[in-house]
Design a protein around this ligand. Structure first.
Ligand code: COA
Length: 329
């Protein structure tokens, strides 16, 4: 069975920066409240004339360059997003923009677990020998679905995109993964579609769907995250006989610094091994794991052969953990 390696990574956020003070002019909040409850100081937000897909293209191109691959090498392209610019999916548009004419493209929706679920999915096609080169792109523009009058949610989210190239190789990069879903918590975090009857001069009845703003029960999602995520990390590490301290870096979905700190306490590892850039980006949904992983790679904080963990969690409820070994970049 071929091994799966991560051979390239790219990430990008929009240039427009919105600070906590900027938000304090829109809703009743303060830098002190946001920073102390979440760790967030600023986030990057798409301007009205910017496209999420353009960010996805840039992240993907950077990952391909770092992997030493061209778009023509891609067999499969998975776009992890909950905010496609087309409800039918945006993967084939991305395929077109990249010129990845050989690739099969599909969208994968798993909210803030999207990147982890997509890497796990893509790696299976390599392991079975179906495909050799898989491009995973995670891109979300939650600012477009935010209620800017709701101070409990609008302070949390930012926009961004990240990508990795997965390739068949000889040394194992993706050592294992565990994925979970719990639909009993689906109502805790939603962007629901509401139906409205359409008045037609007809003998049949139809409705039109319209998506609403983000709704979140913050306390419940927090409770879920601080229990489920460290639990699954411990299980995944135990399956592979790895102790938490043997892992160089933990790249967790960046939702709240307090969640990251709680995971560090639970695993009894130094806070510094849980990577964090939430202060600068906020919660970028599926993009948050590749955004922070790319920072560590660029800064040479992760060396070939070192173990690392990626974990996503969020709406669904969904959560997933990947144990990996850094390879050539
Ligand atoms: N600025 C100032 N005050 C705010 C505020 C804001 N932006 N948002 C809420 N408040 C107020 C509330 O109205 C409430 O006031 P009250 O006590 O007078 O009713 C008070 O602050 C406490 O609100 P609460 O919701 O209990 O805060 P919290 O400590 O639970 O923090 C979150 C809220 C959202 C930061 C926290 O619940 C969280 O991070 N949850 C997890 C979110 C998450 O991970 N989501 C993504 C998963 S992908």
């Amino acid at each position: 069975m071929p091994a799966v390696q991560i051979t390239g990574i790219g990430a990008i956020a929009p240039s427009q920066v919105v600070t906590n003070d900027d938000l304090a002019s829109v809703v009743a909040t303060s830098d002190e409240w946001i920073a102390s409850r979440t760790g967030i100081r600023q986030r990057h937000i798409l301007r009205p004339d910017e496209s999420l897909l353009d960010l996805a293209v840039q992240a993907a191109q950077e990952a391909l360059v770092r992997a030493g691959r061209s778009a023509l090498d891609i067999d499969l392209l998975i776009l992890a997003t909950s905010t496609p610019e087309d409800l039918f999916g945006s993967a084939t548009r991305l395929q077109k923009e990249l010129g990845a004419v050989r690739a099969v493209g599909m969208d994968l929706t798993a909210a803030c677990s999207g990147f982890v679920f997509a890497v796990a999915t893509g790696s299976q096609f390599i392991r079975t020998g179906t495909f050799k080169t898989v491009l995973i792109v995670a891109a979300d523009g939650l600012s477009r679905w935010t209620n800017w009058e709701d101070r409990t949610t609008c302070i949390l989210f930012g926009d961004g995109a990240g990508a990795v190239v997965l390739e068949a190789g000889e040394t194992e990069g993706i050592l294992g993964f565990e994925l979970r879903s719990d639909g009993s918590g689906v109502h805790q975090l939603t962007i629901e579609s509401q139906r409205q009857a359409v008045d037609l001069p007809s003998s049949f009845a139809v409705a039109r769907s319209q998506y609403q703003h983000i709704y979140m029960n913050g306390r419940e999602v927090y409770r879920f995250a601080v229990e489920a995520v460290p639990d699954l990390i411990e299980k995944t590490l135990a399956i592979h006989n790895v102790v938490p301290s043997a892992v160089k870096g933990y790249f967790l979905h960046q939702a709240n610094q307090r969640i990251l700190d709680a995971v560090a306490n639970r695993l009894r590892i130094p806070k510094e091994s849980i990577a964090s850039n939430i202060a600068r980006y906020g919660n970028t949904s599926s993009a948050s794991v590749p955004l922070i992983l790319e920072e560590w790679v660029k800064a040479d904080r992760l060396q070939p052969g070192e173990l690392f963990v990626m974990a996503g969690f969020g709406a669904g409820l969904s959560w997933g953990v990947i144990l990996a070994r850094w390879g050539r970049i």
